[in-house]
Design a protein around this ligand. Structure first.
Ligand SMILES: *Cc1c(COP(=O)(O)O)cnc(C)c1O
Length: 377
C-alpha cells in the first residue's frame, strides 16, 4: 500500500498555512518599508528570543555556520589552537574550526544519546586545547554540567552547537533548568528552514551571558566595526534579514507547541517500535528533555538500503544522518585518525535511520509509517 497523502521528512507548507496571515502581512510590511537590513523586526526578534532563552545577549547572524565561526573568532582562538568536537555531527561544526586554521580534534560519541563522549574529551586535552564544541545532536543536550566542570578544570571555552536543539532544557543536578546554548560561554544556532525554529531562507544566532563577549561578537558579525566606519578587529559580514526576522517572530510564539507536537510523534514511534529487537529507539537522557529535531532509529541486523528503498516505494521518506563519519571524510582526513578509531560513530553511520519528523504529522500517517516499517523489517 502507498500512502494517499504525500509524506515528507519535514512539512513546512502545512506549518506555514497556520501562520500565513501574520507572515504574509509582515513580509509585505517589510517590502513596503524597504527596511530589508536591520529593520525593526530584527530587534524585536532579538529581544523576544533573549527573553525566551533567558539569555543576556542574542546576536542574530546570517546562518548557523557563521554563528560558530564568529564565536570562535570572538573567543580569540588562534591558528594552531586545538578544538575538540564530536566525530558524529554535521560537517559545519568541524568546517569552521578548519577554516580558521584551528585544529579540529574529533572524539567519539556515546552509543545511547549520540552526544560527545566526555571521557574521550578528557583523554584528548593537550596544552594546545582551547575549546570544546559539544553538539546537542538531534534535539537533546549533551551533558553540559560535566562538560563545564571539565572545561573549568582545564581552563577551556565551551561553544555549544545548538543548531538542532533550539529550546531544549538542560537540568542540573541541583534542579536548575537552563536552555540549551545558555550554559557554555557561547551558544550557536541555525534557523535553516528545516530546523525546529526555521525561517524561510538562511538565518542564525549566537547567544551569551557575557557582556564583553557580546560586544566582541556583535563587532565581528559587523565587519569588526565598533562605530560606523571604524574597524577595530577583523570581522565578517553576517546579518539576519528583516524578512527572516518576521518569520521567526511569527514562529517563536509557537516554538514550545512545535516541540510538543514533535514529542507526540516521537511517543507514537516509541510505542510502536518498543521491544522490537531490530529497532533501537532513541534514548532520552535524564538531564535533558528532547525537542526531536530528528527521530533516529538504530537498525539491528536490518538491510538499511533495502528498507529505505522499500519505504520510498510506499511513499515514506527516510534519511541517513549521517552516512560518513567526519574522520572518514576526504576534507578532514588527518594523520590523527584512521578507520576504526571511533567505533561508536562508525557503527552509527552504518546503522541509523531517521523517520519523518515534523509538526504536521497526524495519527493516521504515523500508523501507516510504523505499520509499514514493522512489516518490512
Ligand atoms: C544545521 C547545522 C549547522 C549549520 O547551520 P547553517 O544555518 O546551515 O549554517 C551547524 N551545526 C549543526 C549540528 C547543524 O545541524
Amino acid at each position: 500500500m502507498v500512502s494517499a497523502k504525500k509524506i515528507q521528512m519535514v512539512d513546512l507548507k502545512g506549518q506555514y498555512e497556520k501562520i500565513k496571515t501574520e507572515v504574509d502581512e509582515g513580509i509585505q510590511n517589510v517590502i513596503n518599508s524597504t527596511a530589508f537590513i536591520n529593520g525593526p523586526s530584527v530587534k524585536e526578534f532579538q529581544a523576544s528570543f533573549e527573553k525566551y532563552l533567558n539569555a543576556k545577549h542574542v546576536i542574530p547572524c546570517a546562518n548557523g555556520t557563521d554563528a560558530l565561526q564568529i564565536a570562535m573568532m570572538a573567543l580569540g582562538l588562534k591558528a594552531g589552537d586545538e578544538v575538540i568536537t564530536a566525530s558524529f555531527t554535521y560537517v559545519a561544526t568541524a568546517e569552521v574550526i578548519g577554516l580558521l586554521g584551528l585544529t579540529p580534534v574529533l572524539v567519539d560519541v556515546y552509543p545511547d544519546t549520540f552526544d560527545i563522549d566526555i571521557e574521550a574529551i578528557e583523554r584528548n586535552i593537550t596544552p594546545k586545547t582551547k575549546a570544546i564544541v559539544p553538539v546537542h545532536l538531534f534535539g537533546q543536550c549533551a551533558d553540559m554540567e560535566r562538560i563545564m566542570a571539565l572545561a573549568k578544570k582545564h581552563n577551556l571555552f565551551v561553544i555549544e552547537d545548538v543548531a538542532q536543539a533550539i529550546g531544549a532544557d538542560y537540568t542540573f543536578k541541583d534542579g536548575t533548568v537552563k536552555k540549551a546554548g545558555t550554559i557554555g560561554h557561547v551558544g550557536c544556532t541555525s534557523f535553516f528552514p528545516s530546523k525546529n525554529l526555521g525561517c524561510y531562507g538562511d538565518g542564525g544566532a549566537i547567544y551569551t551571558n557575557d557582556d564583553n563577549l557580546a560586544t566582541q561578537l556583535k563587532m565581528i558579525a559587523h565587519h569588526g566595526q565598533s562605530v560606523q566606519y571604524v574597524h577595530d578587529v577583523l570581522g565578517v559580514n553576517s546579518r539576519l534579514d528583516t524578512i527572516q526576522a518576521v518569520v521567526l517572530n511569527a514562529k517563536l510564539k509557537h516554538l514550545d507547541e512545535y516541540a510538543a507536537a514533535r514529542n507526540k510523534v516521537a511517543d507514537h514511534y516509541d510505542k510502536a517500535f518498543a521491544n522490537n529487537p531490530k529497532l533501537k529507539t532513541p534514548v532520552r537522557a535524564k538531564f535533558s528533555n528532547h525537542v526531536f529535531h530528528q527521530y533516529t532509529l538504530q537498525l539491528v541486523n536490518v538491510d538499511r538500503a533495502k528498507l529505505r528503498e522499500q519505504l520510498a516505494e510506499r511513499g515514506i521518506p527516510a534519511m541517513i544522518y549521517y552516512p560518513i563519519p567526519l574522520h572518514m571524510q576526504k576534507a578532514y582526513t588527518s594523520d590523527r585518525y584512521k578507520q576504526g578509531d571511533f567505533p561508536v560513530t562508525e557503527k552509527l553511520c552504518a546503522s541509523v535511520l531517521s523517520l519523518p519528523m515534523h509538526t504536521e504529522l497526524d495519527e493516521e500517517t504515523l500508523s501507516f509509517i510504523t505499520k509499514t516499517v514493522l512489516e518490512l523489517i
